[in-house]
Design a protein around this ligand. Sequence first.
Ligand SMILES: [Zn+2]
Length: 295
Amino acid sequence: MPELPEVESVRAQLAPVLVGRRLAQVEIADPRLTRPLDPTEVARELEGEVVEAVDRRGKYLIVRFESGRALLIHLRMTGSLRHARAGTLPDDPHQRAVVRLDDGSDVAYRDVRRFGTWLVLEPADVPAYVDARVGDEPLDHNFRPRDLGRRLANRRAPVKAALLDQRTVAGIGNIYADEALWRARVHPLRRAGDLTSEEVRALHRGVRRALEVGIARQGSTLTDYRLPDGSSGRMQTEFKVYGRAGEPCPRCGTLVEKIRVAGRGTWYCPRCQPPPQAASSSSSRPSRSSRQSSV
Ligand SMILES: [Zn+2]
C-alpha cells in the first residue's frame, strides 16, 4: 500500500508532466473510482481543466487546477499512475481511467483491488475535506516533537495503532510505522500516551528519518507500486525490520520478531525495542530532574 514516500515519489514525477497541461479528454471506466458520482459526469467535469500544481497531503495526491478546483486521488491498496506518449501503454485489464493531455500524452490509472478514489472538489471545500482526514505533515519544518507529543498524549492505544491513524501524523502506513518505531527504539505495543518526552523526540526523529530514506529510494515496490515512468521503488531492499522476521536486527543482531498490532503484521527487534512492561518499569524510575531536585 502506497504511503507518504510512495505518494510523494509519484507526485514528484507527475508534477513536471502535468503542470500547465490541459486535460483534453478524460475516460473513467470504473464507477467505483468516483462513486457515488457517475464516472462519465466526473470525466466531463475534468475535461478542459488546466493543471496549476500537483500537491500531496498525507497519502492524497492533489491535482490543483487553474479554476481553483482540485482532483483528489487516493491510491489506497494497489492504485498507480502511468505516464506515456499516447498509444504506447500496453493493454491492461486493470486500467480504470485514462487522461489524454493536450501535448498528446496519456496519464493512465491502474488499480487491481479497486479501492482507489478520484474526487473532484470545489475550491472552498479542499482544505476542510483534507484537514478533517489528515493530521500534520511529518516532514513539514513546522512539525515539532511537541506536536507529535500532543497527538499521542492520553491515548491508550498501542503507539503503532496511533501512528497508523492518519490524524496523528499524515501519510504513515504499516511499513514506515515499523521502521520509525525501530529507529526510535520504541516497542509497537507501548501505550501511545505512556511515551516519555525523550521517546517522543526519538519517535519524531525516527518518523522523519524513515520517511526521508523512503523518499530518497522513491518508495518501496512490494507488488503493485510503480512510479509514473513504470519503474519500481528501491526501498524494499533496505528495510531495517519490516518483513524481516528471523533475520538479524541491523543494530544489535538479535533476530527480528513478528507480532500483530491493530490487525497488522508488525516487525520489531525484541532487544532494541523493550516490551511495554520492561519499558514502563524503567521509565517509572525518577527522572533526572526529580533526582536533582531531591538533592
Ligand atoms: Zn536490535
